[in-house]
Design a protein around this ligand. Structure first.
Ligand code: FAS
Ligand code: PHB
Length: 391
């Protein structure tokens, strides 16, 4: 089999790239380790920057997002038992974010791809191997239904996440990796209960961080910071609700509606960047190249901006026979990636309890939060980064 761009991974990055390339007449095939249902079953991001919303519209998959997505023009910061609103729209000249789950983004993109009759080969497991991307005739080999297959292509897009085969296929000396692992995780719970508030609440408390988010007016997503070694089986629904309640202010505590969990999981937090994001005819995008702690809601949105840059570059190559976009892709993407890494690290450092740092750490965080909510300049800096910096 042959195509122009072989895409590895059917997460948001791979699906978005496939759709943008298809619309521009660039042939592509996606190879995915798992089943579509498994990909859809992973509960992840919840907040889209306008850039991601615009790309979904550009792909022609914005209809359900427009109908079911929730436009948010601010968040609440909770510390010392009080809530303070950060007015995104007022501080950024009207910019907002869209609350629309990654599961729904993925579902919409999968449906559009199937409707267009594009080739997505699911359940290839860990059989994918990459070949010849340091030359002019790259290929991807994989096993499907017990048969060894080869996909010849012009380019390979590695959209296969942090644990994927793409970055792992690059010779060790060619990749510089930067990593910071945080000494805690996020225990997340999804439940069909109404959200505690109509906007997201980020809480800094002496017991640790908590986040109140949502997927719709009837489905809520909550997180509490837990120790790194914590196990999800140690947490009954009741234990989760009690811990969350202990980290809320009185008004939110009164409003909290609890119910049985649909999903419960613990995610580790890390900052990670691999440089460069291009190796000959292999290009990395999304979590395959970088990971952010989810505090700043940047992971999915960075995958989208990588894909915007990469799809423009591929289209320019085929339409204008120009390599300019491809040659600048890595530097261009990394400039935006590092700014999002910095913001996500800063917000994580401000909102979480770091073990072993003593009581003074809490006082210093509270002082910074006190300053932040009383300074237009500091609040604007938070708002600008949260709604998404320009491409
Ligand atoms: P993804 O990991 O989503 O997709 C990669 C795809 O490649 C997967 O479908 C995988 O099965 C496939 N794949 C892997 N190896 C392969 C191989 N060898 N061959 C073929 N296919 C292969 N971001 C936020 O903004 N907010 C959050 O709250 C948040 N929570 C998260 C929780 C968890 C547990 C994780 C892991 C991430 C979370 N993220 C969050 C970040 C997340 O949303 C990512 O940024 C987003 O999924 C990035 O999309 P992709 O780059 O497409 O990677
Ligand atoms: C979510 O709704 O899952 C979510 C929202 C904001 C974040 C992280 C996760 O910063």
């Amino acid at each position: 089999m042959r195509t122009q761009v072989a895409i590895i991974g059917a997460g948001p990055a791979g699906l978005l790239l496939g759709q943008l390339l298809h619309q521009a007449g660039v042939a592509n095939v996606i190879l995915e380790r798992s089943s579509a249902d498994y990909v859809l079953g992973r509960i992840r991001a919840g907040v889209l920057e306008q850039i991601t919303v615009d790309l979904m519209e550009q792909c022609g998959v914005g209809q359900r997002m427009r109908q079911e997505g929730l436009a948010h023009d601010g968040i609440e910061l909770l510390f010392k038992g009080e809530r303070h609103r950060i007015d995104f729209a007022g501080l950024t000249g009207g910019k907002t974010v869209m609350v629309y789950g990654q599961t729904e983004v993925t579902r919409d993109l999968m449906a559009a791809r199937a409707a267009a009759g594009l080739t997505t080969i699911y359940e290839v497991g860990d059989s994918v191997t990459l070949h010849g991307f340091d030359g002019t005739a790259p290929a991807v080999r994989y096993r499907k239904d017990g048969q060894e297959q080869e996909l010849q292509c012009d380019f390979i897009a590695g959209c296969d996440g942090y644990h994927g085969a793409s970055r792992a296929s690059v010779p060790k000396g060619a990749v510089r990796e930067y990593e910071k692992v945080y000494p805690f995780g996020w225990l997340g719970l999804l439940a069909d209960v109404p959200p505690v508030f109509h906007e997201l609440i980020y809480a800094n408390t002496e017991r640790g961080f908590a986040l109140c988010s949502m997927r719709s007016p009837t489905r809520s997503r909550y997180y509490v910071q837990v120790p790194l070694e914590e196990k999800v089986e140690n947490w009954s629904d009741e234990a989760f609700w009690n811990e969350l309640r202990s980290r809320l202010d009185p008004a939110a505590r009164d409003q909290l509606v609890t119910g049985p969990s649909i999903e419960k999981s613990i995610a580790p937090l890390r900052s990670f960047v691999a440089e460069p994001m291009r190796f000959g005819r292999l290009f990395l995008a999304g979590d395959a190249a970088h990971i952010v702690p989810p505090t700043g809601a940047k992971g999915l949105n960075l995958a989208a901006s990588d894909v915007k840059y990469l799809s423009d570059a591929f289209i320019e190559h085929y339409r204008e026979r120009s390599a300019a976009g491809l040659d600048h892709y890595s530097d261009r993407a990394l400039r935006r990636v590092w700014k999002a890494e910095r913001f996500s690290w800063w917000f994580t450092s401000l909102m979480h309890k770091f073990p072993g740092e003593g009581e003074i750490a809490q006082k210093l965080q509270e002082a910074e939060l006190d300053y932040l909510v009383s300074s237009r300049a500091a609040s604007t800096a938070l708002a600008e980064n949260y709604v998404g910096l320009p491409l």
